[in-house]
Design a protein around this ligand. Structure first.
Ligand code: NAD
Ligand code: ZN
Ligand code: ZN
Length: 334
């Protein structure tokens, strides 16, 4: 649990919650650790979680009980409890498959308790249905890192044969490369660590740029013959954002996904005179979630995972802050 912002998480015994009407209880098998959990525990963002809370929004497990009125899932089904815990279902955003920006949205591991726990409550209307053939640990990173990368790539509107830059080759970025290659895109991977760039190459990146060496914007523009048609910034680092705009080709789309605290200066003349679009992208809707899982069950996209016990969480958070996680840590529950 996070009991105070910026402090180590603490292990607490907690009563198993009872599913109320329309709720389900999920017994956690695995939960990925997203950099968002680090932001949540740090109280980094303008809208803060209410203390104390249990983070974790890449939780996969079996439905162990259903509350009154639940018909969509049954006891024993394997589900994923994603960042979007629930939404209103009837506003202009919900009605147009933009439930992720519903004004009444509730976030797992933020607004309500998440999956760094043996049990958690979920809304059956918003859980991911985990295909048979995908283990809990393999599915976990897909339900946030995977769907967010996949949706972010769609939002770049880059077409097969065009270039995308993926800035930040961590949990999100290493999956983004794989989705992008299967979408027929040329990939230029950008990170500040050579180890991440070496991983990017093995995953199919066509070019790599280390953002700490020389002028990374010029290097990307050279590698992509004038800038990438689409740029996806997953780096939790402010300098990556201004650089990402500079890496965007004329008339291209720069999609912001990483959410480090703070703002970045937008080079106004460059954006206007080059007709560049800058666009935010926030996880993905339930159809995006199902599609992103299909790539995984078909073996096209596979998260590089490191298994750890729940008790290792504070060390994992430290490593994430320092960019020391090779791709994705998944907490494994007994
Ligand atoms: P991560 O820590 O696994 O990966 C981050 C990567 O960025 C690392 O490889 C790191 O070396 C690299 N990096 C750091 N500084 C960089 C720079 N200046 N230029 C290029 N690369 C740099 O993190 P993650 O779990 O992939 O999450 C990344 C960010 O995305 C976080 O801010 C997280 O909150 C956010 N996020 C957003 C959404 C959304 O819906 N928009 C969803 C999930 C995560
Ligand atoms: Zn996440
Ligand atoms: Zn709504």
């Amino acid at each position: 649990m996070v009991e105070s912002f910026g402090k180590a998480l603490v292990l607490r015994e907690w009563d198993i919650p009872m599913p109320g009407p329309g709720q389900i209880l999920v017994k956690t098998e695995a939960c990925g650790v997203c950099h968002t959990d680090v932001h949540a525990a740090g109280g980094d963002w303008p809208v803060k979680p209410t203390l104390p809370f249990i983070p974790g929004h890449e939780g996969i497990g079996r439905v162990s009980a259903v509350g009154p009125g639940v018909t969509l899932v049954r006891e024993g089904d394997r589900v994923g409890v994603p960042w979007l815990h629930s939404a209103c279902g009837h506003c202009e955003y919900c009605l147009t498959a933009w439930e992720t920006i519903c004004a009444s949205e509730i976030f797992t591991g933020y607004t309500v308790n998440g999956a760094f726990a043996e049990y958690l409550l979920a809304d059956p209307n918003y859980v991911a249905h985990i295909p048979a053939g995908l283990s809990a640990a393999a599915a976990a990173p897909i339900i946030c890192a995977g769907v967010t990368s996949y949706k972010g790539l769609k939002q770049t509107e880059a077409r097969p044969g065009e270039w995308v830059v993926i800035s930040g080759i961590g949990g999100l970025g290493h999956l983004a490369i794989q989705y992008a290659k299967h979408m027929g895109l040329n990939v230029c991977a950008v990170d500040i660590e050579d180890g991440k760039l070496a991983l990017a190459k093995t995953l199919g990146a066509d070019a790599t740029v280390n953002a700490t060496v020389g002028d990374p914007v010029a290097a990307v523009r050279k590698a992509t013959a004038g800038g990438a048609h689409g740029v996806l910034i997953t780096a939790p680092s402010i300098p990556a954002f201004k650089q990402g705009v500079g890496m965007t080709r004329k008339h291209g789309i720069c999609v912001l996904v990483g959410i480090p605290p703070g703002d970045f200066p937008v080079p106004l003349f460059e954006v206007v005179a080059n007709c560049i679009s800058i666009r935010g992208s926030f996880v993905g809707n339930r159809e995006d979630l199902a599609e992103s899982l299909s790539f995984a069950v078909e073996g096209k996209v596979k998260a590089n995972i490191e298994l750890q016990p729940l008790s290792a969480i504070n060390a994992v958070f430290k490593r994430l802050e320092h960019g020391d996680v090779p791709a994705r840590v998944v907490l494994q529950f007994q």
